[in-house]
Design a protein around this ligand. Structure first.
Ligand code: ATR
Length: 267
């Protein structure tokens, strides 16, 4: 049995280390590999997966989360609402698409905040990752405000959830952050990866004690934003915690059962 991470570049993913370790510990005869596929080869690659029928499941990451949907047979309702797939199951000649990102994000956040209902949450970023996080927050009954460098994109995201879920989310420019108080701040932009670690996304004065601050990026584990938040006395949630929970959900999708207790933290 084969599994893999479908991305471009794929080499930064934690998934191969995580799943190969799980397979070894559980005595599952399978390997988890890197599928480094450029966008122009995606369609042919998926066709190859269908024909060879050797790959049971895949994780999907940037830049394929949205485009891969066109090549699948069935998409879960959650993934359709979010507009992105991060998990593929190959079963009985069909390819199924799911989104485990929002499940992972909510499980990670709930380690610190048991009940998200009515909580004020500011989400930074309006890309694909942000949509998954916001979908999860809306399902939990949180009050969401999305801030993005490009305001028009934040508005589009707000319109999307009003049209699909009938839920209003407020939006603003990232530079207006000091005007927006919150209980929870979630960083979903690709800034640390695309622009670098020296960008100040959030002024230090924004952080208040009792605020919970999460970054979905796991490299570095403590991002510049989490470092500032920690110094200010906030509780922090790392992207690695979210990663582990979403990987746990992927295991469930591929094997039809939960990971045994204690396995989520072990790799
Ligand atoms: P993903 O699918 O990972 O969310 P994406 O759809 O490319 O990736 O979205 C990237 C997000 O990071 C966007 O919100 C982007 O802001 P813009 O819409 O204004 O481009 C944000 N982003 C990337 N680099 C940034 C930077 N240096 N400062 C602020 N926001 C940044």
């Amino acid at each position: 049995m084969k599994f893999g991470i479908l991305a471009y570049p794929a080499k930064y993913s934690l998934s191969p280390a995580f799943f190969n370790n799980i397979f070894k510990k559980l005595g599952i005869d399978a390997e988890y590999v890197f599928f480094d596929v450029p966008p122009e080869e995606l369609e042919a690659f998926i066709l190859g997966v269908r024909v060879a029928d050797e790959v049971r499941g895949m994780s999907v990451s940037t830049p394929h989360k949205e485009t891969v949907m066109a090549f699948l047979d069935e998409i879960s309702e959650d993934a359709r609402m979010i507009g992105a797939v991060n998990t593929i199951l190959n079963k009985d000649g069909k390819l199924y698409g799911f989104n485990a990102d929002y499940v992972g994000a909510m499980a990670a956040l709930k380690e610190k905040v048991k009940d998200l209902k009515g909580k004020k949450v500011v989400v930074l970023g309006a890309g694909g990752a942000s949509r998954a996080v916001i979908y999860g927050l809306l399902k939990e009954g949180a009050e969401v405000c999305v801030l993005n460098r490009t305001v028009s994109r934040a508005k589009r995201l707000s319109d999307h959830f009003e049209n699909t879920l009938g839920r209003k989310i407020s939006f603003d420019g990232l530079s207006e952050i000091m005007k927006h108080e919150c209980d929870i701040l979630i960083q979903t932009t690709s800034t640390w990866i695309t622009t670098g670690l020296d960008v100040k996304l959030v002024p230090k004065e924004f952080f208040k004690k009792n605020m919970v601050v999460m970054d979905i990026v796991y490299k570095p584990l403590i991002t510049p934003l989490l470092a500032d938040a920690e110094k200010a006395g906030c509780e922090i949630v790392t992207g690695e915690t979210m990663f582990r929970y979403q990987a746990e959900r992927q295991y469930e999708i591929w094997f039809g059962e939960k990971l045994p207790n204690g396995m989520v933290g072990s790799y």
